[in-house]
Design a protein around this ligand. Sequence first.
Ligand code: SF4
Ligand code: SF4
Length: 464
Amino acid sequence: MTEQNKKINRRDFIKQMTGGLTGVAAGFIGLNGDAKTRRLLANTTKMIGKNKRPWWVKEVDEPTIEIDWDRLQRFNFSKTAQGGGFEKYVGETEYRRLQLIEENNEYQRIQENIPGYSLRDHAFGSAHSGLSNKRSFLGAQSAPTPEERGTEKWVGTPKEATRMLRSVMRHFGAGTVGIVEINEKTKKLIYSHDPDGRAIIFEDVEKAYEDSEKRVIPNTAKWIIVYTVQMSLEALKRSPTVIAQQTTNLSYNRGSYIQSATQNFLHGLGYQGLGEATLNGLGISPALGVMAGLGEMSRLNRMITPEYGPMVRVFKMITDLPLQPDKPIDAGIMDFCKTCKKCAEACPPAALSIEDEPTWEVEGPWSNFGHKAFFEDSIKCRTYWKEKPGTNCGICFAVCPYSKDNKVWMHSWAQGFVSKFPFLNKYFRNLDDAFSYGAMKSVEEWWDLDLPEYGINTERVVED
Ligand code: SF4
Ligand code: SF4
């Protein structure tokens, strides 16, 4: 085959594909009704204050991963590989060796002005260091309460409250917002201990409080608000550089701001908003996101959303304002992961599972038992971070076929097919390869881009 023939012409490929799939497409349209029906459904969804979703996302009673709720127990954050956990698992000597490599690499690369690791890249990456946007369990509580305004607390139905909260949080910068009701099952997704070692306890008290040993959640605070914050695809397509890492730092800061403002909003209504006291605290983000219907678990062992793919950070808080819970979703994402494997193939230290099916067996003590997943080797992943790029890598997120701009028609169309016809999954994985969608972008070029705010596309397109 000549080089010329090997290069696939995008238009010809689409022509071939659409020709080959005409029959399927006809059935597909039939299955989903005409455009008018879909528009009507979208409007109905909007009226009841739910996330306005792409048409191929359906609500289900159980998430698309199996959970053994009896076996699942509340997890102690200190067992995860984040922060101090990694040091504990590799041992002090190995950790010091890796630290030294990371520091030397950073110094050398700055001296040599290596693109993506130069001084300007590092200055950019550290731009949020030490800024005062602090997370807090109880929130600032600095907005006037209804009492201080001489009035009663806000009252509305759970549906009205949820619609109000979604509007407010999207205004503050959240991508999607979902609700989980706390019951004996979902309570197990709240950490037993926060990252700073304090126990998280549920008690029959009126007001939440904290001391040096524990954080106490009133049993009347029964609703978990889970929300996503978009990361920049333009930045992450420069993985594993410092530019790519910057979007993680920025979204954590934005998530923290949204939390603080929402806590104050709830306080102003006369309710409690109990947030993450420390980075990634309070509860298991991907699991809560899945229960809130924000996305599905994936081969990344992270949540993938229909709207933004894996390009999000996930945050949560708890409130006593009665809200309307959401249901998990099935958008064909977990099914697609079973054949795709693109992230696992691209991972330099082979830290992601390459198996065909998820398993109950965890890779190490940093993962929680009691659910079926594509468990990752977090030690391999984090060792690579320190030994090679000195960043949080992100290659697996960047190559994922779901890491796309939602407005690309091929993408939305393909996602629709994937959700309805799993036997086409391999075909769409190959299509993604053919168009080099997973390819990384030029690091130097990033500095001259005319980027939108936060480097993200906030326009949400829902198919009619
Ligand atoms: S972040 Fe990098 S090293 Fe870790 S799993 Fe993803 S690709 Fe692999
Ligand atoms: S790259 Fe493929 S296998 Fe990996 S998370 Fe994305 S869709 Fe799933």
